[in-house]
Design a protein around this ligand. Sequence first.
Ligand code: MOS
Length: 696
Amino acid sequence: MTTLERTVGAEVTRIEGHDKVTGTALYAYEYPVPDALYGVAVQSTIARGRVRSVDAGAALALPGVVAVLDSGSDGVPRLHPTDDPELSVLQSADVAYRGQIVAAVVADTYETACQAAAALRVTYEEEAYEVELRDGDPHIFVPDTVNAGYPGRTEKGDVDTALATAPVTIDATYTTPPEHTSAMEPHATIAVWDGDTLTLYNGDQGPWMTAGAIAALFGLPEGAVRVVADHVGGGFGSKAVPRPPTVLAALAARAVGRPVKVAVTRQQMFTMVSYRTPTVQRIRLGAERDGRLTAISHNALQQSSRLTPYCEQTVTATRMMYAAPHRRTIHRLSQLDVPTPSWMRAPGEAPGMFALESAMDELAYALDMDPIELRVANEPSVDPESGNAFSSRNLVACLREGAARFGWAGRDPRPGSRREGRWLVGTGVAAGNYPAITWPASATARAEPDGSFTVRIAAVDIGTGARTALTQVAADELGVALDRVTLEIGRSVYGSAPFAGGSMGTSSWGWAVSKGCRALAKRLDEVGGQVPPGGLEAHADTTEDVRARKDLARHAFGAQFAEVRVDADTGQVRVDRMLGMFAAGRIINARTARSQLRGGMCMGLSTALYENLELDPNFGDFANHDLASYHVAAHADVRDVEAHWIEEEDDQLSPIGAKGVGELGIVGAAAAIANAVHHATGVRVRDLPITLERVR
Ligand code: MOS
């Protein structure tokens, strides 16, 4: 079926690794752009109301200040309406949340711009605001559709009767806090106008899609905006679509007629570039005594801003994980005077599966059944809601193989049964899954007379290893050594391509690269391998191929195991080891895939123990907006995290057979840890993060 056998699967080191560690790889803010000015955003200090006045006198008096912009400024371009109102930067005096951009300063140095921003006097008409997510509020509603187009609500059978008559039931509510992406590289943009053409050097997960969105915003034809994102220092979803600071850079550059650089500070990131919604999730399970589920009900409440009803797909994993004749899943949304939440690694699946997989552990205890056997007993033969077959589903293999490697056999399930000195020790398991998504993409492959090859695609490498994986795909399809192929990525002008999001990058881009290289190889054959002086080129687009695929349920699966120690006196939790066993189709690069999976698991550990945006209702804002007060797992927390995978052949995905590994590793990780904490202590922590006071 495929020729991907020479380098695909190998432990190839990152092609750009040397450039990165020697500091020669350019990130958005570092491009040498002559004559650039510095833009600094000024954020609202009220949670709701209107800007009454902006007194720019003191700011403009500072030497080097070029402009102060607010929604009333003459030079500020009027933007076209967009389906993301967060991007309507400086278009109105209305304030929808604390931290929204209400003005900006442009100056000849960054320091001057900061000083001027601090000198601006903004006055407001303040209104009463509401920022707390409270179940029962009358404005809460069920959206028809949620993020990615999933239905807001699904129902099958008669859940209420099934729950009322089930011999064993679980009814529990789990909460997860708002969390922040905090990518290593804060968001940054340099905007350069040339007539009606705009170039954006942008920290970006999707250069082609950003270019289209910004062009629409400025009323420009497709192609008038070019995005450059050669290297990106992480995103975790926060750079998947353009954010207000990118728009601000473009708008300010337009207004002052010179290039403008905007760097978002670490503190500003916490309100300007989205966050993960908090959730309140009620799960009800009904089961027969043999463990077979008769009913599953999952109801998730979450928040969005007043600006737009973004609703995360928190219950979608529950729709396909386990068989049960009676099922109901509902999203509910509360629109508050808060910044708009958006995608953060496995949006929906990560918090949703914390709840479901905790509830499954609770059910295993209620049934006196091994939690792995409980999951195996509820393995569906087809997707329980759509009725579609799975392209491949190896959850059971992951659970079994993971259990063997972790050393699950012989575990005494009684909580508190293992004590080592002052430490209570426990183990936990949880399942995970992430949809295997593939979008159309286009690529161009070129052969040069000197025997080298260049492949261009508007893919982006946000630290995942995508550039390296795609080079492997290209080299294998062309049948040449890796060092003869150069992958040029990160530029919108290379053609239509999806973002590095939804774990679809490698599968989507890889298909286009594979198709382009095959077409080029065929042309090379036709000319007897003799590349003409001007080179030889082939273009590929996978739109029709992706469309022609069968209707199947395509998902990657995982089983997560954790061993924790809990201090019997203080409640301190240490995660001694984690082991993930995954099934994600063909692994293109063993080294970078393992890194992705382990990274996801570490982020899950971080979710389980630390991450928590604390909302201060007195100000209507997150109180912790730096990495000193927003805690993430550090090296000392990550002791022993292993990721493995089973060999999985799935010919219903794409010719490269990959499912994607970017998000899979985080799903279920927090539940495995919470379940291990319960096993260690007997305390069921249903609210993340698992802090000391919740364990004791
Ligand atoms: Mo990922 S949160 O889909 O960029």
